[in-house]
Design a protein around this ligand. Sequence first.
Ligand SMILES: Cc1ncc(COP(=O)(O)O)c(C=O)c1O
Length: 385
Amino acid sequence: MTIHAGRPTVRALQPSLIRKLANAAMGRADVIPLWFGEPDKPTPEFIRQAAKDAIDEGQTFYQPNLGIIELRAALAEYTNGLYGTSFSEDNIGVTPSGMSALAVALQCIVADGAAVVLPSPVWPNLPAAAEILGAEILRVSLRPSDGLWTLDLDELFAACPPHTGALLVNSPNNPTGWMLEDGEQQQIIDFCRERDIWLIADEVYNRIVYDCDCAPSFADKVTDADKYLIVNSFSKSWAMTGWRLGWLTAPASLIDTLAAVSEFNFSCIFAPTQIAGITALQDGEAFVSAARARYRAARDLIMSEFAELPRVCFPLPRAAFYAFFAVDGVADSYSFAEKVLAECGVGLAPGAAFGPQGEGYLRLCYAAELPLLERALRRMRPLLA
Ligand SMILES: Cc1ncc(COP(=O)(O)O)c(C=O)c1O
């Protein structure tokens, strides 16, 4: 029989372990699903209404590759407001999701055989988007220390061989909630300058952060002379996962390349989606703050529950909406997640899905109502105690 499995690089990609676990039990009424990473609430009504109006006006035609100019300008203004920067629409390319922003960013700069170095554990789509291009993936471990996740920058820099094409840094991090400090970001950008390496910064969780209004960003450390691409998305901040809307911030000199790569990937994005994005940026701050307060209460609930369970090691997430925890005696996270699903009816993501550095851990998405989380924690207690 002829087998059609695609080219070897693509055949070698690991299917998502989260999907593998969830596929068997998705939609089962008795399962509390905390495996995927998305807000539990639908997009706010005022954002949905903006898209409906645009559809009713007949805005159904092809659009510019880089996004409509009004959205690009609104994104520049939004970033400038948060970080005191001076970006213009010439620094912005709109993409159909943070995922495709990542893919397009890598396509712009990473050549076959280049090394891509990234802190890990990390959302598996980051390394996969580079692997598809034939890049060599080199992971540097995040480690728990004094109850927080940390990255040793010397180790990161030492891990970059001469053929490094890009440093790919996801801060705030999925799954750990680790976050770079301003000073660390400065050291990373200095290193990239010195070594002439591209920096791709995935900052999609920059508004879901517990000690401040927005996470430290590379946005206020780069200049137009730097080699950088910053990935962001509407998915998490404004509960818009299903819309597929993201953006890239880049040096103005890269924008024509970005437009070309965008044309040959997705061409353009539905205008009503982009108009919904403008509305989110302009009127969505109250929603962002309220969502953050809900996630914080959920995080605190989990913290106090896990503090009573001596077998559970739970470094505090400073951002994002995930509890990434280890259980003493658990070495195989996939088998343990299967056990939690079978015996407790709770869907968790196995830590191994986030790279070898995640093995032994489980990820619980706490973007959920407190009573639901309380129920899940009660069900899991016998296995975690
Ligand atoms: C770290 C990280 N980056 C990017 C994304 C992409 O989000 P989206 O494609 O929905 O914009 C996600 C989604 O889970 C993520 O966790």
